[in-house]
Design a protein around this ligand. Structure first.
Ligand SMILES: [Mn+2]
Length: 319
């Protein structure tokens, strides 16, 4: 059932069992930080809550000192499962899907197009910058004290999902950010640490893509994910820290980075024009936003290229 912010507040207030919060697999900062902010908030409401962060990502959130919120072992049978920042249950970490399916009640809070989670309560706002911005709206409406920790978490998620305020923002996003900044958060550190700073491997991937771009109706590059440096960088870091850099090239309007894992293909698509790449992603078993989307399938490379070329040709022909 689709609900609005007011209704989700009623639902959250009425939770009397345990709570498990989980974002999408290959989590980015919007997913992790919205989970932690919501977890912290529910803890203040005296709910028994745990947040699941994939083990390989836990080091990324050390700065926030939220270890006490993290999942260790799930012993409860009576719980509400809150899935954040995802629009399909297949986007959950694979070990968490059964916890979603076994939950007494499911809540989904998200901002991607085309929600298919079938959660008991779905708060889906596709035109908003980030799940962190939705969490802000919920906390604000509940008159919850947005302290420094919450401000840092929400700021980090918004920076990550908007590519440092370059896309998907609204006037409201900037108003919210200005309020978060008033809590004396170290925004310079956060922007550098979580967004601008790159590892040597990330820079090598950027360099590889720049030198191996192919062009048909769109620009694309194929990464062999079983080889270095590609297998040394997480999917979300390739997506959030490397791809925006490539998209800066002035003549690139539509960009696809195809990641070949041998047994499956994954891809990230971006556009700078009015082409809705979530439509391309849905043809390739995926989804996302108008200007940023992703997919995963077992198709051959040439099939992926052909499907995308055909879609873009249809648009060029005005169909
Ligand atoms: Mn997000």
């Amino acid at each position: 059932m689709n609900v609005d912010v007011e209704k989700i507040i009623d639902i959250i207030n009425s939770i009397s069992n345990d709570v498990i919060i989980c974002g999408h697999k290959n989590a980015d900062y919007d997913s992790m930080c919205s989970s932690l902010a919501l977890g912290y908030f529910l803890k203040q409401l005296n709910k028994n809550v745990i947040v699941y962060i994939e083990p390989e990502s836990i080091h990324k959130i050390k700065y926030f000192n939220c270890d006490y919120l993290l999942y260790s072992d799930i012993k409860t049978n009576d719980y509400t499962f809150i899935a954040v920042d995802l629009n399909r249950t297949s986007r959950l970490p694979s070990n968490m899907e059964k916890y979603y399916n076994d939950a007494n009640y499911t809540i989904n809070i998200d901002h991607h197009n085309g929600n298919t989670t079938n959660a008991n309560a779905i708060l889906s706002i596709p035109d908003i910058s980030s799940t962190c911005e939705i969490i802000y709206a919920i906390l604000k409406k509940m008159n919850f004290n947005i302290n420094k920790l919450i401000s840092e978490l929400l700021f980090t998620g918004i920076v990550s999902d908007t590519n440092l305020f370059s896309n998907n923002t609204s006037p409201e996003t900037h108003i919210i950010v200005s309020k978060l900044l008033k809590n004396k958060i170290d925004s310079e550190y956060i922007i550098n640490k979580f967004y601008l700073e790159k590892t040597q491997n990330e820079l090598e991937i950027i360099s590889y893509i720049i030198n191996n771009l192919r062009h048909e109706n769109f620009y694309y590059s194929v990464l062999d994910m079983n080889k270095e440096p590609f297998n040394l960088v997480s999917y979300s870091d390739i997506s959030k820290k490397c791809i925006p850099f490539i998209l800066n090239r002035e003549d690139i309007d539509v960009l696809m980075i195809i990641m070949d894992y041998g047994n499956k293909m994954k891809g990230e698509i971006r556009s700078k024009n009015d082409i809705d790449v979530s439509k391309i992603a849905s043809l390739l078993t995926g989804g996302g936003h108008t200007h940023a989307a992703g997919f995963a399938n077992k198709k051959k490379l040439n099939e992926i290229i052909t499907i995308t070329n055909n879609f873009l040709e249809d648009i060029n022909n005005g169909n």
